[in-house]
Design a protein around this ligand. Structure first.
Ligand SMILES: Nc1ncnc2c1ncn2[C@@H]1O[C@H](COP(=O)(O)OP(=O)(O)OP(=O)(O)O)[C@@H](O)[C@H]1O
Length: 240
């Protein structure tokens, strides 16, 4: 489980995340939705200890990230798919991470298989397409067999086959009982993957709901999403 308690982050005079309190449950995919600039990435960075909150806290399995003994074995994250050394192969990259996190080497071959990179595992990551880098990012997230997974806009830039692959993978991981928290600004795509939804705008919680509940209002999912977020969005779709 992920628990956010009054999580708050300010940058200068601007509040990027504003008193956010949410529980993200295991066993389902939870979509984390909001317009551009609404604070999704900042929230994820705070959960992962990459940014310090000004107020409140983020707990993973009841523990702050910085207090986890083996973070990679508790929470896997996909934040930035470009963050691989271009001269290193996928296998070398995963093997180094496994060794430094006390993860058995057998996990390397396992996650390479799961993400479909076994056949190209010795090629330099610098030669990978965006979709292959995304798969390598997912392999890193899965390496420690974590109970909690955090993915920031995982379908960005992927082709339809890649999108379907991510969708099936996330649903499978949730069905295994893991907590899967995935951010997006696209309600239609999120509705195909997620069961639960956390919707934010200007850093504040707008709704904690399910896809089914959101769709019962009579209008389309997209209309329901716009209705929720429009008070915090200007006519260009940019957060103001
Ligand atoms: N390092 C930073 N310094 C200053 N302001 C920042 C920083 N990081 C984020 N912000 C601001 O905080 C707000 C929230 O940004 P954040 O990236 O978390 O939103 P987001 O919902 O992930 O947006 P997107 O969907 O566009 O990725 C924005 O106004 C952004 O400009």
């Amino acid at each position: 489980m992920i628990e956010l308690r009054e999580l708050t982050k300010r940058y200068g005079g601007r509040t990027a995340v504003d008193g956010l309190s949410v529980r993200v449950q295991p066993g389902v995919v939870t979509g984390f939705l909001g317009p551009n600039g609404s604070g999704k990435s900042t929230t994820m960075r705070m959960i992962l200890g990459l940014d310090a909150p000004d107020h409140g806290e983020a707990l993973v399995g009841g523990v702050r990230y910085r207090d986890l003994t083996w973070p990679l074995r508790t929470v896997g994250a996909l934040l930035d798919t470009g963050a691989f050394h271009p001269g290193r192969s996928a296998r070398a990259h995963l093997s180094a991470l496994a060794a430094s996190n006390d993860i058995p080497a057998t996990r390397v071959e396992r996650v390479l298989r799961v993400v479909g990179l076994s056949d190209v595992a010795d090629r330099r990551a610098g030669t990978y397409s965006l979709g292959m880098r995304q798969r390598l990012g997912v392999a890193v997230a899965l390496l420690g067999d974590p109970a909690v997974l955090l993915l920031d806009e995982p379908v960005n830039g992927l082709d339809p086959e890649g999108i379907r692959w991510i969708r099936d993978l996330l649903r499978g991981l949730a069905a295994e009982g893991r907590t899967v928290f995935v951010s997006s600004h696209l309600i239609a795509e999120t509705a195909l993957t997620a069961d639960r939804l956390v919707v934010i705008g200007r850093g504040r919680l707008l709704a904690e709901t399910t896809v089914a509940e959101l769709a019962t209002g009579g209008d389309t999912l997209e209309d329901a999403f716009f209705r929720l977020t429009s008070p915090v969005t200007d006519h260009h779709g940019t957060d103001v």
